[in-house]
Design a protein around this ligand. Sequence first.
Ligand SMILES: *[C@@H]1O[C@H](CO)[C@@H](O)[C@H](O)[C@H]1NC(C)=O
Ligand SMILES: *[C@@H]1O[C@H](CO)[C@@H](O)[C@H](O)[C@H]1NC(C)=O
Ligand SMILES: *[C@@H]1O[C@H](CO)[C@@H](O)[C@H](O)[C@H]1NC(C)=O
Ligand SMILES: *[C@@H]1O[C@H](CO)[C@@H](O)[C@H](O)[C@H]1NC(C)=O
Length: 524
Amino acid sequence: MDNQLLPVLLLLLLGVSGLCGQRQGPEGPSEELPEESPGEEVPKEDGILLLSNHTLSLALQEHPALMVEFYAPWCGHCKALAPEYSKAAALLAAESAGVMLAKVDGPAEPELTKEFGVEGYPTLKFFQNGNRTHPEEYTGPQKAEGIAEWLRRRVGPSAIRLEDEEGVQALMDTRDIVVIGFFQNLQEQNMATFLALAKDALDMTFGFTDRPQLFHKFGLTKDTVVLFKKFDEGRADFLVDDELGLDMGDLSRFLVTHSMHLVTEFNSQTSPKIFAARILNHLLLFVNQTLPQHRELLADFREAAPPFRGQVLFVMVDVAADNGHVLQYFGLKAEEAPTLRLVNIETTKKYAPTGRTPITAASVTAFCHAVFHGEVKPYFLSQEVPPDWDQRPVKTLVGKNFEKVAFDETKNVFVKFYAPWCSHCREMAPVWEALAEKYKDHEDIVIAELDSTANELEAFAVGGYPTLKFFPAGPDRKVIEYKSTRDLETFSKFLDSGGDLPEEPAVSSPEPQANSTLGPKEEL
Ligand SMILES: *[C@@H]1O[C@H](CO)[C@@H](O)[C@H](O)[C@H]1NC(C)=O
Ligand SMILES: *[C@@H]1O[C@H](CO)[C@@H](O)[C@H](O)[C@H]1NC(C)=O
Ligand SMILES: *[C@@H]1O[C@H](CO)[C@@H](O)[C@H](O)[C@H]1NC(C)=O
Ligand SMILES: *[C@@H]1O[C@H](CO)[C@@H](O)[C@H](O)[C@H]1NC(C)=O
């Protein structure tokens, strides 16, 4: 499945950590270190303490809140982080937040990497109250402001206590979205859960209160978390379950869902949020924003959105902006706007409205219902069958001729699914040509290839490139995935034996390559 959307999604869902692999440091003989001398200076660089096995103890004594980055001199992700890390240190120093940032050269300090179980670089750990045995692993953002905010929410409160209406108003004035927990008893577990969530939900601002007059003011009688927003519905209430208490996962999903605008314009800033929202269905309205009659459609689109909140994310794609990759993913041309597409980002199935019904709130609603009731069939991209598709030794397959050729009962068909940008695919191209040349006179053998970025199959989705599949002759529609060595000899053995995989390959082939700028499966 070569697409622009899913890899981004995966990247977000898997939380690509940007870790460099662990490398063994030179474990030289350790020297006897001098006893700690009082008042000893720990070296600093760009506001960051440079710690060793010895000075870590000193730093822990001196700084009740200490963030430590384990880095390696050769690690690229660490180099990228360095300026942000220094900037975060400067931000926190300027506001006297009481947090110190430090670094440890991992390979030079094997004792420390062992002690803290460092398995890759950079690894960041946060130590509080000099507690050396239980640091908190840092999994927050990689940008300065995010790092600083993560730390602020640990050394200070993660939510602000509100006593009166003025306090609530002041908090609401600071951000477009604020989340306020109304708890009758601040000593209960619900409150602790709320504060813990607020520690990590860095893009929202949190407050809490137990004041009866504030419950009354906002029409509440029970423990409730309210998301206030300066747009769309203005407010969304999450009622705390009396018996089960506050569930962090449920609240977190609720906040993400309700903090999205009813309609989100697709662009490079919003696309991470769109996929992080974890709403499986995305309904896209493609319009040319420079045209007034297209812009008018947005009101109708928005009108249809409220009942689908949490189930369908409404997204507007401006075809006049830099969104060519989105159009390509849906097999659309800019001239086809205005139009709708629905995609389930889990199955990657795509749906288009049938006919050319005008876009109105009612037709948008009807389209969504039709998809969910199974009344619309998904569509699959395909190029046209090239006139010379069977003229070369390697046959060209596209979506439209795939069924007929691959599942031909009289032929054994071996197909390479590739992406034009995939380097492993290019590397194996000569071998594939040679294989096709070798078997070109075998009536019952077809060697073929299919560009999976432009052709999708109903039968299965292709997840990485290259993917090799064998479709033996016969009525069973059998599919055998080839996972062995990619050389002429092994391919030939495989074909000669009618699709039996050879014994353990001597050298295993690299894993199929996902789109490496977007996908998580980057080969190093
Ligand atoms: C590292 O520090 C610990 C704790 O201070 C100490 O016990 C250990 O001997 C040190 N190791 C080296 C190699 O200095
Ligand atoms: C460090 O924190 C852990 C967990 O909170 C606690 O069990 C332990 O006693 C603490 N150690 C010290 C030295 O305070
Ligand atoms: C959008 O509309 C404008 C105005 O008609 C037109 O010039 C432009 O080519 C359109 N953009 C696309 C990508 O179709
Ligand atoms: C990933 O795919 C897009 C288009 O599908 C392409 O523009 C981009 O260059 C690809 N990335 C790499 C690393 O080839």
